[in-house]
Design a protein around this ligand. Sequence first.
Ligand SMILES: [Zn+2]
Length: 395
Amino acid sequence: MCERFATLLEPATSSRDLKGDVTLVLLFPNRGFALPRSIFKYAQTLIKLKLGCGKICGFCALTRGDIIFTRLTTLHLDSVDLGRNGANLALILSKCPVLEELIVNCIRFDRWISDASVSSQTLKRLTIDGGEFIPPESSRQTLTMLKESGSGEPQLLPDKSSCVEPAHVSFDTPNLVYLNYAHVLARSYPLVKLDSLVEARLDVGSTRHQMRARDSSGGHEVGYDATNLVMGIHNVQTLHLTSDTIEVFGDFCKTVPVFHILKHLSIESDHERTWQALPLLLINCPTLHTLVFHGLHHRVTDGCGDACACITFPSSSSCLSSCPVKILKILDFAATCGEMSLVKHFMKKCPLLEEVTIVLDFDSTLEEDLDLFEVYEALEMAPRASPNCKFEVLS
Ligand SMILES: [Zn+2]
């Protein structure tokens, strides 16, 4: 297989002018390929490298002392099996002294018995999609070498609830500006050094095993703790949270930090996930300017509290009464009774709202076949805590 690959790579590399900045994209058709040594010919000129898919052997070649990717700024490992521990990733990072962006899709963090960690002083952007390794189609065979690459094929991810959780995950990346982290909840996050983080997207979900542990804990510790992870992102200005993550905030964090400078918060929604953590999260965002909901679905519990209108509380006070949000956007709005009453609740309670924008979801059937004008009419006259709040409904 290696010989066959070499015969493919050499003509590709020799037929092009590779003296300038080089972007190399190598997508392997199947398991069992060795990392081509031809790559090392370009260690001084590579600026972007993408490797996928399957079990690419020969990472040990990187231990050669003279091999350093001196100009590599972007590294994308797509469905690459790095083995049973994190040493290979650490090794690669040690050979990339100016790496600024790392993307790893489906690298099987769950197989790493020891810490699954990313440590780099130069990284500015990090995407980790720790979903289960997806074997490539055996017929897939692509070899391309480009001056400038496009990247990022869509991934088909399995349901996180059936994944195996990694033991411990750490981020020692003090200069990271952007983090996109998607995986199942780890047992712990021993080191989370994200001092420069500006924007984060978290899609951290719990497995069925973790949910059972939570449900049977009787209030005792369950052996999974995301507190360090959440504390580590407290200094972001923009935060995107999936419905799974909101639930993890409520179930597996000892506390929710104060997000002192958070300006933009977006929240995805799901009928199966609770909003237990939402009231405290909103209270702990004292400078929030824009709040975006991707749908308003959630599983109703007492923990929703007065952030929503699912359960009527006797008190007229609400966590929303001190909410500084000026712009509220609700996307994928299906105009169900619950959604309509929730929008009215927001407008009635949030005192500083300046703009409310509703974007209808025409992919789902609007409740009672309401059209855009009827939704507008039904909400226009709703009482508002902020009398000057503008209101619009878009399709
Ligand atoms: Zn609710």
